[in-house]
Ligand binder design. Structure first.
Ligand code: TYC
Length: 123
C-alpha cells in the first residue's frame, strides 16, 4: 500500500510526453502536489457523573490519576460535578476517551464506589 504524506509529490505526464520513452529528458513532465488526506480524528468528551455516595476525596484522586490534573483543578471539576450533576474531564480521540472512561469506572468498582463516567461525542 502506498501512503502519501503531506508534501510528497507525484509525477504526471503532460500531453505529448509518454512514460517509458528511452530518450526522455524530463521535458513535458509536470509535477503536482498530492493532497494530504490526513483528517483530524473526531473528538469525544469524557464526562464524570455525580452520585450521593462517592467520597469527594476519591473523585479528586481519580481526576488526578487518570486525567493528569493538579489538586486545584481536580477539586474544581469535582465540585462542578457535585453541584451541577456532571462535568467534562477531558476531550480525546475516541479510543483514548473510551479507555479513560473504562479506567475510571473500573477503579470506582474496585473501590466499591458508585462513581461513573461516560463518553459523549464532542460538538
Ligand atoms: N456528591 C458526592 C458527595 O457528596 C461527591 C461526588 C462528586 C461524587 C463528583 C461523584 O463525580 C462525582 N460525596
Amino acid at each position: 500500500m502506498v501512503v502519501w504524506q503531506a508534501g510528497q509529490s507525484v509525477q504526471i505526464w503532460a500531453s505529448g510526453a509518454s512514460p517509458g520513452a528511452g530518450d526522455d529528458d524530463g521535458a513535458g513532465l509536470a509535477t503536482q502536489e498530492a493532497k494530504p488526506k490526513l483528517k483530524r480524528p473526531p473528538l469525544y468528551k469524557v464526562l464524570l457523573l455525580n452520585d450521593d455516595y462517592t467520597p469527594m476525596e476519591f473523585v479528586v484522586y481519580v481526576l488526578e490519576r487518570f486525567f493528569g490534573m493538579g489538586r486545584e483543578k481536580a477539586t474544581q471539576i469535582m465540585l462542578t460535578v457535585h453541584t451541577r450533576g456532571s462535568a467534562v474531564c477531558g476531550v480525546y480521540p475516541r479510543d483514548v476517551a473510551e479507555t479513560k472512561s473504562e479506567q475510571v469506572n473500573q477503579c470506582a468498582q474496585e473501590n466499591n464506589h458508585p462513581l461513573l463516567s461516560q463518553v459523549e461525542m464532542a460538538d
